[in-house]
Design a protein around this ligand. Sequence first.
Ligand SMILES: *Cc1c(COP(=O)(O)O)cnc(C)c1O
Length: 434
Amino acid sequence: MHHFHYVGHDLHCESVDLAGVARLYGTPTYVYSAATIADNFHRLQQSLTGLEVQICYAIKSCSNLAVLRHFANLGAGFDLASGGELRRVVAAGGNVRSSVFAGVGKTEAEIKLALENGIQAFHVESEPELVRINHVAGQLGVKAPIAIRVNPDVDAQTHAKITTGKSDNKFGIPLRHAAAAYEAAAKLKNLQVRGVQIHIGSQLTDITPFAEAVKKMVPLVAELKAAHGLEYFSVGGGMGIVYRDALASGQAAWWAAQPPERRPITPEAYGAALTPLLAPLGLRILLEPGRFLVGNAGVLLARVEHLKRGANRNFLVLDAAMNDLVRPAMYDAYHEIVPVHRDSSRRALVADIVGPICESGDCFAKDRQLQEVGEGELVAFMSAGAYGHVMASRYNTRGISAEVMVSGSAFELVNARESFEQIIAGEKVPAFLK
Ligand SMILES: *Cc1c(COP(=O)(O)O)cnc(C)c1O
């Protein structure tokens, strides 16, 4: 569920007319709903009934300071993927002590920064990384808290670029080597074992792989708890969201109308499947959701430059491009695209929806049907909150798009559109070319 809906003919985020946002701040612009984020957070937090749950929001999915402060206010910790993300948590007033540090290639400088800021734990992906963390902790004269990421070798049945829990992915230590890795960790005197972690992939729409992974892990986790005194089991993130019927899925009625076998994953179904498996462990459960919390809480607003009618196809050329939202080009992702001003008297249009960049890959959708829209009119990409703005690039010397946050009838620019001067600020012509 989310808070994007039409009021009369006009698409609103909570109580704010999105056309007004575009008028003030231009396009392309990402708009986030604070209420949707809070609702998603509370639903997930309550899903594992009776268990001690700690949500560590996966920053990489949407990392502006406004979103991070919102999560900090809600009581979230954070799942960090870099030293830069750690510094974002500090800058946003978040708590590093309830945050965890993931990733297969943490540098010595990043490890030092995390230790100095009191990280809750490093999620370690290999034996060499254990040695490196132990070494840095020794230099600082502290004990580094760790959990090892175990690869349970289950097929998450998601896009190949976002599946992470198969044995041929680069992530984690294989299940059969995990006990030995913990033995090795216990022998390193600057490490302190705190937990165990898995994360099998992203945009999972079915509960089965989650349950399968947890079932495979439970005997190991119980054994590790007895041997090393674990405090927590992190089951990772990965819960999927609705992309195809994104707008409709804002309403409870849409969910009620889905036959049970077709209903996309919900926090309630996730909790019902995992709670009985996890409860006997008697551990705190960490969740590391990214997409589920912010994905349907954000849209990308874009303006139509041209409707180009061709002999065989129509092209709707937008001012947004693959540099603003790369998911269609990178993951073959589907985003629902809706008019900001809905007018049922208009004819339907079938068109390829494209950006202005000189790449055939700069195409958001092929043969998409939507209401006819013309030059200067606005469209919104639904479910663009996760892996949207954070993956933006400057390709074609296009500045990174703006971000706005809405709460009720209030809205504010939370990240200004990047200017040309900012883009070239670090560049110079070398002396030998002058
Ligand atoms: C990316 C990532 C997440 C978040 O994944 P979502 O699919 O956005 O929930 C969680 N944990 C780890 C280790 C990750 O790399």
